[in-house]
Design a protein around this ligand. Sequence first.
Ligand code: SAM
Length: 263
Amino acid sequence: MTISFDRAADYYDSTRTLAPEVSERLTAEILRLGRATPETTFFEPGIGTGRVALPIVERGYAYTGVDVSEAMMDKLRQKIEGKAHRLTLIQADATDLPLEDNSFDVAIAPHILHLIADWPRAMDELRRVLKPSGVLIYFHHTTNKTATRDAVGQQWRQILAGYGHDSGFTGGVTEDVLGRLQEQGATLETVVVAELSRESTMGSLMQAYRDRIYSHMWRVPDDIYPQALADLEAWAAQEFPDLNISIASQDTITLTAAYHWAG
Ligand SMILES: C[S@@+](CC[C@H](N)C(=O)[O-])C[C@H]1O[C@@H](n2cnc3c(N)ncnc32)[C@H](O)[C@@H]1O
């Protein structure tokens, strides 16, 4: 199963944008962990609209990205139109890269492996296209949700189960990815890039369910979504009648560099 973000291309940046100072710090840490020199070549599977890639591309580095979604990559193409760059974009699946072995110095994997059922194969592909001296930089973003927000998620899963839908899909989550890297002999270095508070209300969370903003909502079959949503809204109206109730969350953005993995 492949989760293309075609449907999210028009709003993805508004849900995931990093503040300029966070983006600066992220870029600086990627360049440091990747021991970048002007000759360093970068690769990113699931490059999307270039949230992570663009600041590196704008610094003049050679960067190759693949994505199953042309619509997401089109947004990135628009951002670099008319500028000098060394960005190459290819429509391809991360589990089957149309790229030569030993091609890149640094591979970056942000927000992608958890979407891929066969994530071990995607990791094998990353390892294959990295040079033996190459570095993998895994980006993980954890959200510490309030109990209220957690309760909504639990209720949603319970409602979906009632309609026979198993919402338990996960691709490669952080534990899986770091565990595999360690099993395969990598030396890991982890750095916390940013701790962020995200303000949100029950009303905006319910709107996100109505608009089917997040990819876990796309996996729910269309024939059960409207009824499941109505059930969730009825439950929320009982439990949390005040739509302005805060469901702020704490996010942590972390990078883990894997050395001695590709060789
Ligand atoms: C959550 S977005 C992340 C985009 C970007 N890496 C970022 O951090 O903003 C995931 C991207 O991966 C793409 N994608 C999902 N599964 C993929 C696969 N198997 N192979 C290549 N791209 C994939 C989606 O189309 C989407 O653009």
